[in-house]
Design a protein around this ligand. Structure first.
Ligand SMILES: Nc1ncnc2c1ncn2[C@@H]1O[C@H](COP(=O)(O)OP(=O)(O)O)[C@@H](O)[C@H]1O
Ligand SMILES: [Mg+2]
Length: 402
């Protein structure tokens, strides 16, 4: 406020100085004093009015009123100076009257011009206000436009950016919400099946309804149910921690051929039971990868398990590794039926199981690939279904240890 007053005073002084020079040239020293006596009160009054409006004390003035006030101040000063000039006789009555005629003409034209100029601004502000109201009422497709001035165009563009961000954030949140709901539905379903079986079996045993051989068979089934439940809960726990970014593993330089061969050995019994041959193909001189060995083993196990289970007997599974573009590429390929094109985009989602309903019901938890993806991404790599002449080929990258 004080700075604004100071600036106004400065402008007043400058205006006086300029008019004094002009008057001195036109009519000599005496005229300077008379003009100053007339102009100082007029200028002070005009600036005070403008200052008062600008200070916000007259709060609900419209933009149009302000435009018109500016105009009235400019023309009003001229009129006042002329009238007083005529009264103190240094402007002739005739000249004053003629100038007032011109002034009134200019005033009317200028008023209309001000109306036109402020009209676009006012319309733009209303359009922006209406757009933002619509957004506030829930319409995320609303967009605003302004064309009257660069500043309002900027404002409209900023508002549109904000609405766009709001819209995409809401879409992401909705998608995450719906994914979470699906996961909860899948978890409850997958928990219910073994739990129902356990409940029925314990009831039968409790009621002493079965002979000893059947009882032993029931206990065996119950063991399998408990194991399935434990595996599901372990997987869920692991996935939720990976999802939350809550992991503190150390990474080290991992010699890949050793780790891959170790994993293959640990899976060989399962492969033999399914009559599937496991093989490796590791590029000569392949450098070590930067990874956490246990987690990397988990990824390979999940991929190998899938490959073994989806490959008919006498088929084969190949684990290959090579360096390309500064990263390690590891692939697990099998000679099974492959993944249908419509399932391919979704198999990395938690609980997604491809194939027929029967295959879905009998398969695992549907978390294997989701966990593999989370681990690979936590290592800074990516995982995808690669093109393969037959069967399935899951490929992922890891950073090379430098
Ligand atoms: N090697 C593969 N061959 C054919 N289908 C596969 C293969 N690997 C994964 N799939 C499909 O992807 C789905 C998701 O795999 P995954 O996340 O490991 O869950 P799960 O093995 O528990 O069903 C599987 O249900 C299966 O339909
Ligand atoms: Mg699996």
């Amino acid at each position: 406020m004080t700075r604004s007053l100071f600036a106004s005073t400065l402008v007043l002084a400058l205006a006086l100085a300029i008019s004094a020079v002009v008057m001195a040239i036109a009519s000599g020293g005496h005229a300077v004093v008379v003009t100053a006596e007339i102009l100082v009160p007029i200028g002070v009054l005009a600036l005070l009015v403008a200052q008062l409006v600008a200070s916000g004390r007259l709060r609900s003035t419209t933009l149009r009123t302000r435009f018109q006030l500016g105009l009235a101040l400019a023309l009003g000063q001229l009129l006042a100076a002329l009238l007083i000039g005529a009264a103190v006789m240094f402007v002739s009555d005739h000249d004053a009257l003629a100038t007032i005629g011109l002034l009134l003409f200019a005033a009317l034209i200028a008023a209309r011009a001000a109306q036109l100029l402020s009209g676009g601004v006012v319309a733009d502000i209303r359009a922006i206000r209406d757009g933002l109201r619509a957004v506030g009422a829930g319409d995320r497709n609303a967009r605003v436009a302004a064309s009257s001035s660069v500043e309002l165009e900027d404002l409209a563009a900023a508002a549109n950016r904000m609405i766009g961000t709001l819209q995409s954030e809401e879409q992401q949140r909705d998608a995450a919400d719906s994914a979470r709901r699906q996961v909860i539905a899948a978890v409850s379903h997958d928990l219910r099946t073994p739990l129902t079986s356990l409940r029925l079996l314990t009831q039968a045993l409790d009621d002493n309804l079965v002979d000893e051989v059947t009882a032993r068979r029931y206990v065996h089934t119950m063991g399998a149910n408990v194991q399935a439940l434990a595996a599901l809960v372990d997987d869920l726990f692991e996935l939720s921690r990976l999802d939350a970014g809550d992991f503190t593993w150390s990474t080290e330089a991992v010699a890949l051929s050793e780790l891959i061969n170790e994993t293959i050995t640990s899976m060989s019994a399962e492969a033999a039971a399914n009559s599937v041959i496991l093989d490796t193909q590791i590029a000569a001189g392949l450098g070590p990868a930067r990874a956490n060995p246990e987690k990397l083993q988990r990824v390979l196990c999940n991929l190998l398990q899938n490959a073994i289970h989806h490959t008919p007997s006498d088929g084969s599974v190949l684990v290959s590794a090579q360096a390309a573009n500064g990263t390690v590429h590891i692939a697990v390929s099998d000679t099974g039926d492959g993944i249908a094109a419509e399932d391919a985009p979704r198999v990395f989602e938690p609980f997604y199981r491809a194939g027929s309903d029967a295959a879905r019901a009998s398969a695992g938890s549907g978390l294997g690939l989701a966990i593999a993806r989370a681990i690979v991404e936590a290592h800074g790599g990516r995982i995808w279904l690669a093109e393969a002449p037959r069967g399935t080929r899951v490929q992922f990258t890891l950073p090379l240890a430098t």
